[in-house]
Design a protein around this ligand. Structure first.
Ligand code: HEC
Length: 117
């Protein structure tokens, strides 16, 4: 009797701990559009700074870093940005072709244009 109880308890504990990770997995794989903001924060912000305004320290390390404002993006289409993400630019803006999927590059390219309207 006691033994049977124990087995049920072990089963319950096992399913209770497995359930949240199954739910999280389902949520992640059903996400349709990649999150441009999260991608920016993970892959771009360390150089470009929040809102695309690099810190003075970063500018010292990478003087060619642009400061993004509305005028900057008036001169660049979304295709221009996608080309840079595909092929890189200069010495320090590396290609993201092997780090981000085309959908992710598109989401982050759209997102950065909203930072300085
Ligand atoms: C290692 C630092 C670094 C990271 C990380 C980085 N960039 Fe850059 N980025 C640069 C530098 C440096 C330049 C200036 C390149 C030049 O003009 O020579 C630049 C330039 C750009 C430009 C302007 C290109 C143009 O048309 O003049 C865009 C747009 C851009 N980056 C987007 C991104 C995005 C989006 C990400 C993240 C997916 C990212 N960068 C990650 C360093 C970085």
């Amino acid at each position: 009797m006691f033994r049977a109880h124990r087995r049920v308890l072990v089963f319950l504990v096992a399913t209770a701990t497995a359930a949240p990770s199954i739910a999280a997995h389902a949520a992640a794989s059903s996400a349709q559009t990649p999150d441009g903001k999260a991608l920016f924060e993970t892959h771009c912000q360390k150089c470009h700074g929040p809102r695309g305004h690099p810190s003075a320290g970063m500018k010292k390390l990478l003087p060619e870093l642009p400061t993004w404002d509305a005028a900057f993006f008036r001169k660049r289409t979304e295709e221009d940005v996608l080309r840079v993400l595909q092929s890189g630019k200069g010495k320090n803006m590396k290609s993201f072709a092997d780090r981000l999927t085309p959908e992710e590059r598109s989401a982050v390219a759209k997102y950065i244009r909203t930072l300085n309207p």
